[in-house]
Ligand binder design. Structure first.
Ligand SMILES: Cc1cc2nc3c(=O)[nH]c(=O)nc-3n(C[C@H](O)[C@H](O)[C@H](O)COP(=O)(O)OP(=O)(O)OC[C@H]3O[C@@H](n4cnc5c(N)ncnc54)[C@H](O)[C@@H]3O)c2cc1C
Length: 353
């Protein structure tokens, strides 16, 4: 690694790479633990993806028990994120936001949003927390490399390096790359010897050529359901929720959760049974939309090489991962932000000083 100008002469206890959901929550957790940290963010502002969540409304968690949340997330992700979610359950996440002045709206199914309906309010909570705790935030500052050294890590940017005792990689997945999550963290992990599971679209819509369905473009059914069907039309997965008909096919929470099931379980072909108050349709052999449009990235740093009780690398001591950079994903409905927050919290609680 090129020896550029060093910014620090003593190691920073924790360098957080990524100022998204996981990185910002980690910074807040570090402040409450009294652990010195520094946040690097590739984009000009923090939380670009957070601002997009739930159409700009940010469904930041779901008011359900950890058991129920883990059952909905399903295996193999649930076993890995279990210790993190038990240590930082939805009630604690909601309590943390409330204590920092965020008014919360609860939907009948338990999904929690800022009462204002503005994701920006969630990002402001983090911005305020960083400012109040004097946490240095380097924006427009993509990390270009992380090199383990004798006493910590050298974290490199284009113009300078930082010496850090611990590093948390919270660079996200690879969907909506304009938000800054472009797969850098997976590359850093690979370079440090980690296996990375192939990145693919998790929660996303399905294209169809079925003219009868496309003719309904613009229709939206809040109380719909979708099921994934395999050979002989046997149902392997079902989710109740919104269904939307698009020019190119179908979207909405019920569809997204079926595509997540299909991708995670390696279904090469499947059909979608769509139920709405206005009728039932079967979409034959739908095509899953691309990763760049997915709500969550499936794949990422292999879970076998990360300790689920600490989020520390099993290969490189002092290296931690949180959020979508890992091979973790959940259904729609506040699960993915909960995973990002809870894994970040566990990583910070586990850092040795
Ligand atoms: C359209 C949409 C709607 C969604 N709605 C919801 C919802 O309502 N509820 C929910 O629970 N989940 C939702 N999600 C999913 C959720 O937003 C993600 O799971 C979550 O943001 C992941 O957090 P993260 O911190 O791992 O990654 P991100 O939030 O993507 O943050 C990663 C950060 O790292 C930065 N970064 C990347 N590389 C570098 C580098 N080299 N150096 C420095 N910084 C770097 C990026 O710029 C980015 O800011 C939605 C996602 C999308 C796309």
């Amino acid at each position: 690694m090129k020896d550029t100008k060093a910014l620090t002469h003593r190691p920073v206890p924790l360098a957080i790479v990524g100022g998204g959901a996981a990185g910002l929550f980690a910074a807040a957790a570090a402040a409450s633990r009294g652990l010195g940290c520094l946040v690097f963010e590739r984009k000009a502002r923090i939380g670009s993806k957070l601002l997009m969540t739930a159409n700009g409304r940010c469904n930041f968690t779901k008011d359900i028990t950890p058991e129920r949340m883990l059952a909905d997330i399903g295996e193999p992700v649930a076993s890995f994120v279990g210790p993190a979610i038990w240590a930082c359950p939805p009630a604690m996440i909601a309590g943390g936001f409330k204590a920092r002045g965020l008014a919360i709206r609860r939907m009948p199914d338990g999904r929690l949003f800022p009462a204002s309906g503005k994701a920006a309010d969630v990002v402001h909570v983090f911005g305020d927390e960083l400012r109040n705790s004097s946490i240095p935030l380097l924006t427009n500052c993509p990390v270009t490399g992380i090199q383990p050294v004798k006493n910590g890590f050298i974290v490199a940017t284009r113009n300078f390096t930082v010496w850090a005792k611990n590093v948390l990689v919270a660079t996200g997945g690879a969907s909506f790359p304009k938000t800054g999550s472009v797969g850098d963290g997976q590359d850093f992990a690979r370079r440090m010897g980690h296996r990375v599971e192939p990145l693919r679209a998790g929660l996303t819509g399905c294209e169809t050529n079925d003219r009868a369905i496309r003719a309904m473009a613009g229709a939206r059914f809040e109380n719909g359901a979708a099921a994934a069907l395999i050979v002989d039309d046997s149902e392997v997965f079902r989710w109740r929720g919104e269904v939307e008909i698009e020019q190119w096919g179908v979207s909405g929470a019920a569809i997204y959760n079926c595509t997540r099931y299909a991708v995670r379980n390696g279904l090469r072909t499947f059909d979608l049974l769509i139920e709405t108050p206005e009728g039932t349709w079967t979409v034959r052999r739908p095509v899953i939309r691309p990763l760049k449009e997915a709500i969550v990235t499936m794949g990422g740093v292999s879970l076998d090489e990360v300790d689920p009780t600490t989020m520390e690398s099993r290969l490189v001591p002092g290296l931690y991962f949180a959020g979508e950079v890992l091979d973790v994903d959940g259904p729609t409905g506040g699960y993915n932000l909960t995973i990002a927050f809870a894994t970040a919290n566990l990583a910070v609680r586990s850092c040795k000083t």
